[in-house]
Structure formats: C-alpha cells, structure tokens
Design a protein. Sequence first.
Length: 168
Amino acid sequence: MTTLVWVAGSSTFDDPARDWIDILALEPHPEGGYYRETFRSDNEIDTAIYFLLEAGQISAFHRIASDELWCFHTGAPLCVEQLNPDGSRTTHRLGPLPDLKQSFQCVIPAQSWFGTHVDADIGYSLVSCAVAPRFVFPDFELADRAKLIRAFPQHSDLIERLTLERSE
C-alpha cells in the first residue's frame, strides 16, 4: 500500500496559505480563518464555502441551525472538535491519510457545538463546508466561553483553547 505524506510547506507557492487566500478571494471569517461562499442554491436549500485555517489560528466554538458537511482539500490535517449533547466529545480528523485515522469528510449535526484547529505546528488546512438547509448568519451562534464551560465542564481545557474571550 502506498501512503501519501503531507510535508509542511510542500508547494510551488512561497506562502501557500496566503496564495490560496488570494487565489480563492477568501475573506476573514467571524469565528476565525478565511472563507468565501461559492454556492447558494436558487431555492435556498443549500450553501457551500471554501474555508482556510492557518496553524495557530482557531475556528472558535459555534453552532448553526443546519447539518454541515466538511470536506478536506489540501494542506495539513484539520481537527474538528464536536461537543455532543450527552457530554462526550468527538474529534474528527480531516486529512489525506486514512492510516492515521484521517478522513476526507465529516458531518456536524445541526445545533452541535464545534470548533476547529490545524493538527500541525505549521501550515494550513483548506476545506469546503456545505450546509443544508442553507446557511444564513442569523442561524450562527458563537459560543460564550463561560456558558460553554458550565455546560461541558469536563472539556474546559479544550473550550479555553477554542473560544474567543467574550463576556456574557
């Protein structure tokens, strides 16, 4: 079996994250990282975006009113951290290496709290996210750190890392 290996910085670009941001015309996202909507169906059934996160950045814990499909494209592996209603945690590792328990896609159920981080010290992750029914910003809720820790005290270290400082 041949195993593909992602090498930090392997690219024809000098700064691949910045080049992807420019090429794909990505803009800063309110939860962290960069994005651009690429599709919105005429009947508003679904939407899709490109999303890029650099090592050291976070996509802060948030939830939306619809299911969200995450699809890996290139770069370093991405961890999508999901907090479940029963108090457990699921870590989805998106990347190109199934031998390392990575997958090309994962689904986050509607109303689930989740946040992401690059699973490497350097580099970036480029993914797409598809939402159905379609995404609208009024359905987006950024987590309040204190409230989320009260709801999931067993995951307080993760919540500290993947939330923005805000007051209630």
